[in-house]
Design a protein around this ligand. Sequence first.
Ligand code: SAM
Length: 196
Amino acid sequence: MDIEDVKRKALEEKVPIIKDEGLEFLLDFIDKNQFRDILELGTAVGYSAMKMAALNKDIFIDTIEKNEDMYKQAVDNVSNSPYRNQIKIHFMPIEEYRTDKMYDLIFVDAAKAQYGKYMEQFLPNLKEKGYMFFDNMIFHGLVYDVENIASRNLRNLVKKIIKFSEMVRNDDRFDIMFFDNIGDGILLLSRRESGS
Ligand SMILES: C[S@@+](CC[C@H](N)C(=O)[O-])C[C@H]1O[C@@H](n2cnc3c(N)ncnc32)[C@H](O)[C@@H]1O
């Protein structure tokens, strides 16, 4: 299946994939910075991984997925694509993934409530000049109207996103760029240069 068919099927089956605008921004950011080693947290059916791999044949992506059905579809999609040698799909919970590999970019697109945990878990794997990319930071605009969210579970989730956002802004280890007008809200985190 080609990438656009993967996207079409994902949308039809209501698989959550990155929005066009966020994806465009992500691809542009990878391309401009010539990133090569990418870690993706949350594969779903492999759509965003395939789009990133399509940018350049020297890009290599590790991507992690714990849902067996998603994983199988992703393996099928990737192994029947020209990107099969550029994408390695790891079938496991993100929490269990351990590696010594260093990445230029860590694209965080899984459980929103765990963003803070993932950030600390993978910070040792981020190259000095690398970036972490967090999607869904405005969560369909709900971060601006949190007290009016009727469902308690959803309200708690949105509060966790807000807390994460505040936490990283106030952490002097990091420089933050926040784009609340792109896609579903994107936060870019990089290590602050020492001495600045
Ligand atoms: C938003 S989707 C990923 C979309 C994909 N990046 C794209 O744009 O094509 C999030 C995925 O993360 C997976 N996920 C959530 N929590 C996870 C965890 N703790 N470990 C591994 N995968 C997880 C879900 O099963 C889901 O398929």
